[in-house]
Design a protein around this ligand. Structure first.
Ligand code: ADP
Length: 398
């Protein structure tokens, strides 16, 4: 079966078409600047690249262009849409409604809409993508795969905020966690590598967005992101954990509205805020190497926060058998992995520098005999979505 994976953002759309016979990627691409001047589709069938500049006012048009590119006589990879057996959508917030991937039905669409208020920026484009596909491919099964679903196994003590309990009852204000597809994928792989399905694993998804999860026996028991992806680690531009009283203080000093303050916390903070250099860790590492002290401080602060979460999650699970690094920074930055692990000798961690210097490949980077083993495992959220979607489509056929 061929499975199309769609990830709709507010002004962008990413897609990959998999041939699930061997899980190869037939084509992938990106639509940028949806609803803005200069919109473009960059379509990559195999190793080639086609750029299609066209007015793309909405997600309907974006999806129809993607489907046209996939079936085009020249740069297409399938003859017609009937060859695409199923479509899987990344959905950011499943609230408490979804603890796993689901077939899209009218009832599911209602529940997705009910969760919009938990993720007002992310869920509406996800819903638009599903509706556009339903219009253009009405007979093709579709599935929703949620960033939050994997973390629904967290116990109440891990997800409840110490706020008046009515806010949880009335508004479902609680920790949900994100990057669940990635934490699930790499923790399952680590359990396989350990040969221990009941292992205690701490997964560090360190990309532009970053989160840590504690996974015990295949179930998420805690994670660093919260009601929204703003909590937890400092990230590219997000503040992560801060004293909530800072909001009132800075808003008073700078005369900011709550919307402006929220913009500062989401878009101007994190390693960008501390370094003043960039939100991209590569630029910050280069600046730090060149002697920029604020860039060095941003990297040190980031590594320190990851190390503290690892310590906390080792405590949450009464130990850790493995730590996993994944996503852009986790897979590629040997200095960051070394900085995080430097303070973890109490867990019996000793890195093997030669192995840690490798980039972007699945590898154990601890010395033989390390009590807690450390792995780099490249994540592949699209493949997880494709696998889940095929499983759902095949079940529906039976
Ligand atoms: P997302 O999917 O959240 O946008 P990624 O997982 O692609 O993010 O990670 C992107 C980030 O990874 C970049 O911002 C960059 O800081 C970091 N990164 C990628 N490659 C390297 C590298 N070689 N060294 C250091 N950081 C890197």
């Amino acid at each position: 079966m061929k499975a199309l994976v769609i990830n709709c953002g507010s002004s962008s759309l990413k897609y990959q078409l998999f041939d699930m016979a061997d899980e190869s990627v037939l084509a992938k691409g990106l639509v940028e600047r949806i609803g803005l001047p200069g919109s473009v589709l960059i379509h990559r069938p195999g190793d080639s690249k086609v750029e299609i500049q066209e007015e793309i006012p909405n997600h309907d048009k974006a999806i129809s262009l993607v489907l046209r590119a996939l079936t085009d006589a020249g740069h297409g990879v399938v003859k017609n849409l009937a060859e695409i057996g199923c479509v899987g959508h990344r959905v950011v917030h499943g609230g408490e409604t979804f603890s796993g991937s689901v077939a899209i039905t009218p009832a599911v669409m209602e529940a997705l809409k009910a969760n919009i208020e938990l993720a007002p920026l992310h869920n509406p484009p996800n819903i638009m993508g599903i509706e556009a596909c339903a219009k253009l491919m009405p007979n093709t099964p579709q599935a929703g795969v949620f960033d939050t679903a994997f973390h629904q196994t967290m116990p109440a003590e891990a997800y409840i905020y110490a706020l008046p309990y009515e806010y949880y009852e009335r508004y479902k204000v609680r920790r949900y966690g994100f990057h669940g597809t990635s934490h699930r994928f790499v923790s399952q792989r680590a359990a396989e590598l350990l040969g221990a399905p009941d292992a205690k694993i701490i997964t560090c998804h360190l990309g532009n967005g970053a989160s840590v999860a504690a996974v015990k026996g295949g179930k998420s028991v805690d994670t660093s992101m919260g009601l929204t992806p703003l909590e937890g680690l400092a990230m590219g531009t997000r503040s992560g954990d801060i004293d909530p009283a800072i909001l009132e203080f800075i808003m008073g000093k700078e005369g900011l509205t709550i919307g402006e303050m929220s913009g500062v916390l989401n878009k101007k903070s994190g390693v960008l805020g501390i370094s003043g250099v960039s939100s991209d860790f590569r630029d910050i590492e280069t600046a730090a190497d060149g002697g920029n002290q604020r860039a060095k401080l941003a990297l040190d602060r980031f590594a320190y926060a990851v190390r503290k979460y690892i310590g906390a999650y080792a405590a949450a699970m009464d130990g850790a058998d493995a730590i996993v690094f994944t996503a852009g920074l986790g897979e590629n930055s040997a200095p960051m992995r070394a900085a995080i692990c430097a303070g973890l000798t109490f867990l019996g961690i000793e890195l093997e520098p030669e192995k840690n210097s490798r980039r972007g490949e699945e590898i154990e980077i601890t010395k033989a005999g390390s009590k807690t083993r450390v792995f780099v495992i490249p994540t592949n959220e699209e493949l997880v979505i494709a696998r889940d979607t095929v499983a759902i489509a095949e079940k529906a056929e039976q």
